[in-house]
Design a protein around this ligand. Sequence first.
Ligand code: 5YM
Length: 587
Amino acid sequence: MRSEVLQMIEESFFTIAKAAAIILAGIAVGQIIQHYFWRRHLWQKVRQRQKECQKAFRKLDDDLNSLNFDEEALQAICNLPTSELQEGLQSGKYSALEVLAAYQTKALQVNKRLNCVTEPILEAKANAKSLDEHAEKEGLLYGIPVSLKENYQLKGYDCTMGLVNYTGKLFKDDAVLVKVLRKQGAIPFVRTNIPQIMMTYECSNPIYGRTDNPYDATRTPGGSTGGEAALITAGGSIIGFGSDIGGSIRVPSHFCGCYGLKTTPERLSQKGISSLSKGQFIVSGSVGPMARDLDGLVLATKAILCDYMYALDRSIPPLSFRDEIFQSKRPLKIGYYVNDGYLQSVPACQRAVMMAKTALEAQGHTVISFDPPDVPRMWTELYLKTVAGDGGRKFYEAIQKDIPDRCVWNLLFITRVPRWLLWCMKTIIRLVTQDPVHTEGLMSSKGCRSVCEWWQQAEVVEAYKDKFMKKWDDLGLDGVICPVFACVAVPHGYVTEIIGAGTYSMLYNVLNYPAGSLPLTKVTSEDVQQLENYPNRRYFEKNIKKASEGSIGLPVNVQCVCLPFQEELVLRVMKEIETGLKSMGDH
Ligand SMILES: CCCCCCCC/C=C\CCCCCCCC(=O)NCCO
């Protein structure tokens, strides 16, 4: 009797278990099949998008061939510095169409080598023609072709941010900044490449592929405005626009050797700029210009800070470009540092800051040492915990139903591994990396757990800002110069191994200070030799050292920072450094 009951229970248990196993296996197989078909669908979309772009490139090529401009004359136009190009266009020496053709030709050439353009903007030709037909040559950027990062919305174009799911979703209107550029006579002519979801200092995605560094094809141009930096540096554009929430304008400018300005987040309209961080208001993203020379950077800044922008976006404080600050001769007090208290910068970056210091002193300014407070804590507790405040869910969800690019694998992994598992692995990770800050960073990138914690987070960030500004004011500083990044351009696929090097840039996103990236020098063999004194204990240090071998000849920029809304002063500091270097005959 008893055993019969037991047997029955046993039997039904096995039946249930069997059924459950079959159902689970069915679900798994179903999921695999679904995944397969979804992936196939996505790759079809990729091919379709690539075909459209190839068609546009071919159309441009044909157009240019039919125009029959003299090749040498076009090359000469591309070699003009910004001021001369602007003058030549205003005086009628060059037509807008001729200048456009010059840059289109050059951009196509450069793109063949670096893969930095996602697609040409074919309406540019009609824009140039209509400019040439109008008698009055109005606008600060009259006839100047400009390139735009792929996340700048344009009427009739999509913004994919490297995500296949966003292809073919066309926008009905231009971004405010694009409208302002057009109003100033500029001609948007190409769109430039970005890394998938734009949250890393590399530049690749499954739709448009990978962009190479103009100085070394085995290295990344940086990101996320990497296509822009590569194109401008290689001569395929003279002025461009990007965005920056952790260094995305400054770092690629530094990796490639062009000029960049991250503005105060509230100074320029961000309406119509795509990003996945739109709802995150503690560490705000910014936008800003990039250029081949400093005049170009100043001109672009001046041009967009105009009444038309304030009319289109009434939430922006109407603060036009203050030339009196840019032109002022008042002696300045500038702070400097080469070690931010987390990762020391490599000798080349240190030398660049010291060059800038000497140049400023030669111009009669005072340069004193400055230590930014609590950078390790700023990075983990403030930056990472905020930018991945939702536990990285927004990033994760965008990537996991897409085709993840190699450059986001790490981010995908961190956002996927549960907090408790990470907590269990803490000790081992710390042992391997020899870096408690890195481990803290990993934990912080799991984000905030409640709205209470999020409010608390906002308060902690505000308190840090106050502390930083107090230190700044106590020293009576006008600005700060420091490295843009702890090292120079690294090999493709290597950015995750050295991500801590980004604290030099991320700090000024936490603070909301405007910051410029100014090309100063190239890595020398002595710089590389001196690497032997570079620390070699922690994971990031070892990798920075390794990545810096063979970096001779790569560009090195310096970061110039001022208080919020002092973009004009940032540009002045950059100008003073350039003038100082020229007067010392060192440039
Ligand atoms: C030690 C472990 C670290 C774990 C990292 C976890 C993920 C956190 C998220 C993000 C990581 C921060 C990367 C900053 C890139 C900024 C790019 C940019 O400025 N883009 C602007 C686009 O407009």
